[in-house]
Design a protein around this ligand. Structure first.
Ligand SMILES: Cc1ncc(C[n+]2csc(CCOP(=O)(O)OP(=O)(O)O)c2C)c(N)n1
Ligand SMILES: [Mg+2]
Length: 552
């Protein structure tokens, strides 16, 4: 006889869900036991649920298919919420299996009893289901996987009561094929052709799945043929870039700078992207970043065929044979002297290996990363799609599990690293090829900038202390050792480059702790809000020059 958990395991692997990032408890024991019967399922233990969910996110971004998470009731799911939020915002497929009490136990309101569906709905609004019987469990699972995989991708949550899991009579389900996305229709293409031919300045805003090679090449042909400019959303789920690929400028994080990029655009064409809004509201500032004079068109919605739509547009414009502009090889020199965040990024650009996966959660320390790596060998970039920090280290775990032959570089702020530091242990245990660089600036530096920007009254010591990580200064090299990872602390650019060379040469996980000052501090930080405020009154070439300097 097959129990529910065994049948579920078979259903998952038959649908291509072959990795489970887990943090189990008693209610999941039958699922855990069923792992032994299914050689095709890889189980990766995480020591905090935020690591499991962030790893599932990173895995799916790189594997283009979902992993499962195994989480313990409402509390376990809740612990994993921030990274499921990042997955939801990034339109990344994830299948959560959340264990629950046996159905007949619920009425006793035992210690771990909670409303799991309410927790789940926040991150998987499109699919939350509690399985009700062993016989129907696998049909629920098949539908959960199909929901996760339906374009553009989403988080699906299947809640698994313990008695449904241990009950006999489980019947594995055959996978459902997700619907094939359709390209944009004629009317949409025609309207955009007219907009492009109208002579105004036109930009494509590319997001989601459009930042991969086939769509990038199609967009670059359009750019070469029609003078359309290419922009990428601020925090891409996955962006292919570097030598030989079309360069695309990302919209700036700071709304004032994004407005500089958009100010003279007459037509903004959305390609699997939303019309841009500022990350936060600021007193007296606009939330919606599209200028009043700009018309927004949607070429491709997230559930549509992106490359197919771009090809149709190119066909209609006669751009199909245009020669796309590609990024030439270009690396920065080897950095020297006292270490700064910029020099760490320079070392990364100088040494980046072929085919790397870069996870960027460097926050303020990554301001120069884009320029320093623009002409590096071709790579994938994963970013903080939902703004919930603690994503980078887990994402790196998932990316390395998905792509064992590719080097993964995780660039992480010290504050961000501490949310999900347990990921280091999983990297060690699974011997993942991840080189983690921690930017130890002993600060929530970006919040110091935000403090000035929101116009909060002059901040005193108590306020500042909430953004300050000195006292005690964290020691990440020691934390790495404590979790079985080779870790070094560096404070010169020479040592940084040497440590990176070593890490990239030796297989397995490494951690380099870069001791750096804050990228923006002192006078620079104090004049920033003033400068941002004055941007609208300055001539456009001046504002563009300032933007290039601040956030190239
Ligand atoms: C889950 C979550 N909690 C809190 C925040 C608020 N927050 C944004 S950035 C940040 C600090 C980041 O510090 P660090 O990683 O050291 O980068 P730095 O600002 O120093 O460059 C915090 C706490 C958030 N974005 N997400
Ligand atoms: Mg910091």
């Amino acid at each position: 006889m097959t129990n529910g958990a065994q049948a579920l395991m078979k259903t998952l692997v038959d649908a291509g869900v072959e990795v489970c990032f887990s943090n189990p408890g008693t209610s999941e024991m039958h699922f855990v036991a069923a792992l032994d019967d299914e050689p095709k399922m890889r189980a990766v233990l995480a020591l905090f649920e935020g690591v499991a969910t962030g790893a599932a996110d990173g895995y799916a971004r790189m594997a283009d298919k979902p992993a499962a998470t195994l989480l313990h009731l409402g509390c376990g799911l809740g612990n994993g919420l921030a990274n499921l939020h990042n997955a939801r915002k990034g339109k990344v497929p994830v299948v959560n299996i959340v264990g629950d009490h046996a159905t007949y136990h619920v009425k006793y309101d035992a210690q771990l009893q909670s409303d799991i569906e309410t927790v789940a709905r926040n991150v998987s609004p499109g699919f939350v289901r509690t399985a009700t019987s062993t016989e129907t469990l696998c049909q629920d699972a098949v539908e959960a996987i199909a929901a996760a995989r339906t374009a553009p991708g989403q988080v699906a949550t299947l809640i698994l009561p313990a008695d449904v899991s241990w009950g006999e009579g489980g019947v594995p389900g055959a996978p459902l094929a997700p619907p094939t996305p359709e390209p944009a229709d004629d009317a949409t293409v025609d309207a955009i052709v007219s907009a492009i031919r109208s002579g105004g300045k036109t930009a494509l805003l590319m997001g989601g799945h459009s930042l991969r090679e086939p769509s990038l090449l199609a967009a670059a042909k359009l750019a070469a043929h029609s003078g359309v400019i290419l922009l990428a959303e601020t925090f891409p789920t996955r962006m292919e870039r570097g030598e030989g690929l079309p360069p695309v400028e990302r919209l700036a994080y700071l709304a004032e700078l994004a407005m500089v990029q958009l100010t003279d655009v007459d037509h903004l064409i959305l390609v699997d992207a939303k019309a841009p809004v500022s990350f936060f509201a600021y007193p007296g500032k606009q939330s919606y970043l599209v200028p009043d004079t700009c018309k927004v068109h949607t070429l491709v919605a997230p559930d549509q065929d992106i490359t197919g739509s771009l090809n149709r547009l190119n066909g209609a414009l006669g751009a199909g044979k245009a020669e796309p502009k590609l990024q030439p090889a270009r690396r920065p020199g080897r950095p020297r002297g006292k270490l700064t965040a910029e020099k760490v990024c320079k070392a990364v650009g100088h040494l980046m290996p072929e085919n790397a996966i870069i996870v960027d959660e460097a926050i303020t320390s990554g301001l120069m990363l884009s320029v320093m790596t623009a002409g590096a060998p071709r790579h994938d970039l994963l970013t903080l799609t939902g703004g919930a920090i603690g994503q980078g280290l887990p994402n790196a775990v998932g990316a390395a599990v998905a792509c064992p032959d590719r080097p993964v570089l995780a660039l992480i702020g010290d504050g961000s690293a501490m949310y999900t530091i347990q990921a280091l242990w999983t990297m060690a245990r699974e011997r993942l090829n991840v080189t983690t660089i921690i930017f130890n600036n002993a600060s929530y530096s970006v919040l110091n900038i935000e403090l000035e920007r929101v116009g909060a009254e002059e901040a005193g010591t108590k306020a500042r202390s909430q953004l300050d990580l000195r006292g005690p200064v964290l020691n990440f090299a020691e934390m790495a050792h404590g979790m079985g990872i080779h870790g070094v602390r560096v404070d010169t650019a020479e040592d940084m480059a040497k440590a990176l060379e070593y890490a990239l040469r030796m297989p397995g996980p490494h951690l380099i702790e870069a001791m750096i000052p804050e990228s923006l501090s002192g006078v620079k930080r104090r004049i920033l809000p003033w400068m941002l405020r004055s941007l609208p009154s300055l001539p456009l070439p001046v504002t563009r020059a300032l933007k290039r300097k601040l956030a190239p």
